[in-house]
Each structure stands twice: as C-alpha cells, then as structure tokens.
Ligand binder design. Structure first.
Ligand code: CAA
Length: 380
C-alpha cells in the first residue's frame, strides 16, 4: 500500500531499506555483542545524505524534513537500534537546535560539518539529579567577558564517546528555574571539557552513552544558541522532534519482532504442525501487527505536523508513548513465540527485547510523556 508517499519519500524509504538490509543487518548482531560503535556505517549513511536530513541544502544538507527522516529511521532501526539512535540523535537533537535557533555564525560554522558527519552530534540535558525533572539542572555557565566558564557534569549522553559537537543545556541564572537555562554548542576539543565514564548498558550496546565533564571550561559567547534564558524552551522544542525519532525507533524494532516471529511461526513445528497454525500464535501476530500499524500512523502524523510547523508537542509525546509500549509488548511476544530459542543469542529477538526497553525510558520516560499529554488537556 502506498500510504500517500510521494516519489521522493518512497525513494528515501527504499534507499534506507536497501542500505539497512545489505550493509547494516549483516553486522548488527556482532556490533551488539562486541559493543562496537558503527563509525564506518555512519560514514556511509552520511554519503547517502542520511546524517543531514533536516539541514537545508544551502548548508550542504539534504533538506528533506522530518517525515523523510522518519521513513529512513524506521528502516535503519528495523535492523539495528544502535545505529538508529546514533542517526536519530545526530539529525534531530544535535542539528535542529542550530537550524531553528542558531545564529548565522553557528549555522555557517557547524551545519556543513554536521551534514557530512565530519562532526558527529550529541545532546546533553540530563544530570545525576536532573533526569525527568530536567529544569532543575545545575551544570553552571558563568559569563566572563566574551566567554562563559563552565563547571559540572552531564549524564547519559548518547554518542558521547564519538561525538565532535555537543548541544549542552547549562544554568546561566541560579535565581530562576527553567528560564535560568541556556543552550550552547560545545566542541569536543574545548580545553576543560572531557568525555567521562562510558556506561555499560542492557541494550543499544553498539551506541555509546557517556558522562561529560566540564572543569573551568571556557566557551566562546558566540556558541550560545539564541539568547540567555531560552535554553529550556530550546531543549523541549528539540525533544518534540527527538521523541518522534524514538517513536520511530520503536516502530522499527517492533517491525523486526513481527518479521522474525512470522518467519519462525511458519517454520517451527510442534505437535505435528507449524506453530503459526495455532490460534495462540495467530492472535499474538495479529495484535503485534495492529499495534505496529497504529504506531506508524502516529509517528507519521507527528512528523507531518512538525514539518508543517504547527504545534505537535502532544502528538510527539503520544507517538513515543504508544509506539514504545507497543514495541516492548511486541518484543516480549516475539521471545514468547520463539520459546526457549528466543532467549538465546542465536536468534535476533533477544537483541530486540533488550533494545526495545530503552524506548520507554530515554528522551522522556513514559511517565513524562503522560505528564505532557495530560497537561495539554487539563491545563489548556
Ligand atoms: N516546546 C516549547 N516550549 C516548551 C515545551 C515545548 N515542547 N515544553 C515546555 N516548554 C516551555 C513551557 O512553555 C514553559 O515556558 P513558560 O514558563 O514561559 O510557560 C517552560 O518551557 C517550562 O515548562 P514546564 O513548566 O512544562 O516545565 P516542567 O519543569 O514542569 O517540566 C517536563 C516539564 C515535561 C517534565 C520536562 O521537564 C521534561 O520533558 N522532562 C523529561 C526530560 C527528558 O526528556 N530528558 C531526556 C534527555 S535526552 C536523552 O534521553 C538522552 C539522549 O541523548 C537520547
């Protein structure tokens, strides 16, 4: 079914699908087992234009928009969620704050390098005491002439070990809460800045998650994004896009669970029959497939709304919430359909099961998405 895709959108989807199947799928399990970051694949994704999908053509990007990003991200995540999150964070969390809120200087300096992945991007909001309560962050930036002096530690930064550019939310005013936060671009080799501990994770083992440490790090004032005090709004508006990306990641993982389950159900025999002939398995497949279709439509709608520049905070939160919970149910059922085999590293559903879990946690937990959604009704 065409689902109303334009020729360009269809081409993006097919290119991503072919690349995912031919270049990523064969190495995904090994990268996961060895905790290997897919730097070579990221380079090839950049050659296809997939690392600068939202960056306008005048800065060397593909200028394609969020809907095309979603189409490509689903295909990449279907075979490897570690590669998928690297691509999603780079495109949505790292480039969009500069595209939407950055000065001409920031756009001209960084967007061309982000578009080619000569600079790989990351996003740093969370801290040890500021996870879901992001506005309570303490990492401090103090103005000193035409520089800011930064001290503090950021946590759980996706691509931290490999990124060259970090979008970092810092406190510039201790008297205010969310309005005391400002957003900055930080280059990896800035003196006083270093990448700290690399986390050892349940899933997404091919992506890196690290802490970032600032010790009297001096940032040029021109690296401030927008103006002082709007950093929290930038962070949240950026996460509206990031959450569509994670919802899409969930769709990709869930689709992989369904594909593996269907193949196994058609092949595995018990009690003298293919297990797909049992209603117990048929109903699981039906429920998985239905939830995936609904999730896909939700991320499509949110992406289209973001491209139209209409408010989409609620729709992005709904898409992430629904798709991530559907992906976790799909992963659980995929392991169940595989029985004991599903618990082994020999079959991919074990990796999907581990990778799915994070979609309910990062870029805002399911509980945070429910706060965002319910507020849009109760505080409207
Ligand atoms: N767009 C624009 N502005 C927004 C906004 C949005 N989506 N959401 C909030 N704002 C604005 C509000 O309008 C408000 O401005 P005013 O004061 O002028 O009205 C301001 O921001 C403060 O908003 P809230 O009062 O809603 O703030 P809050 O403290 O109540 O927090 C929250 C709300 C939804 C819980 C928020 O803190 C949140 O989303 N928390 C989760 C954080 C998160 O997702 N972290 C993930 C980090 S990234 C990651 O996972 C790692 C990775 O690399 C992948």
């Amino acid at each position: 079914m065409k689902l109303g895709l334009s020729d360009e959108e269809r081409m993006v989807q097919e290119t991503a699908r072919e690349f995912a199947d031919s270049e990523i799928a064969p190495v995904a399990a090994n990268n996961d087992a060895e905790g290997r970051f897919p730097a070579d694949i990221v380079k090839k994704l950049a050659e296809l234009g997939f690392m600068g999908m939202l960056i306008p053509e005048k800065y060397g990007g593909a200028g394609l928009g969020n809907f095309c990003l979603v189409l490509a991200l689903e295909e990449i995540n279907r075979v490897c969620a570690s590669t998928g999150v690297t691509m999603s964070v780079h495109n949505s969390l790292a480039t969009s704050p500069i595209i939407k809120f950055g000065s001409d200087y920031l756009k001209e300096t960084y967007l061309p390098k982000l578009a080619t992945s000569e600079m790989l991007g990351a996003y740093a909001l969370s801290e040890a005491e500021a996870g879901s309560d992001a506005a309570s962050l303490k990492c401090r930036a103090v103005k000193d002439g035409d520089e800011y002096v930064v001290n503090g530690t950021k946590l759980w930064v996706t691509t931290g070990a490999h990124a060259d550019l970090f979008i970092v939310m810092l406190r510039t005013d201790t008297e205010k809460r969310s309005k005391g936060i400002s957003a900055f671009v930080v280059e990896r080799d800035t003196p006083g800045f270093k990448v700290g501990k690399k986390e050892n994770k349940l899933g997404l083992r091919g992506s890196s998650t690290t802490e970032l440490i600032f010790e009297d790090c001096r940032l040029p004032a021109k690296n401030l994004i927008g103006e002082e005090g709007i950093g929290f709004v930038i962070a949240m508006a950026t996460l509206d896009g990031g959450r569509i990306g994670i919802g899409t990641q969930a769709v990709g993982i869930a689709q992989a669970c369904l594909d593996a389950s269907v193949a196994y159900a058609k092949e595995r025999e018990q009690f003298g029959r293919k297990i797909g002939e049992f209603q117990a398995i048929q109903w699981k497949i039906a429920d998985m497939a239905t939830a995936i279709e609904a999730s896909r439509l939700m991320v499509y709608r949110a992406a289209r709304m973001r491209d139209m520049d209409v408010p989409h905070t609620k729709e992005a939160a709904m898409a992430k919430l629904f798709a991530s919970e559907a992906a976790n149910r799909a992963a659980r059922e995929a392991v169940q359909i595989h029985g004991g085999a599903g618990y082994l590293k020999d079959f991919p559903v074990e990796r999907y099961f581990r990778d799915a879990r994070i979609t309910e946690l990062y870029e805002g937990t399911s509980e945070v998405q429910r706060i965002v959604i319910s507020r849009s009704y109760l505080q409207a």
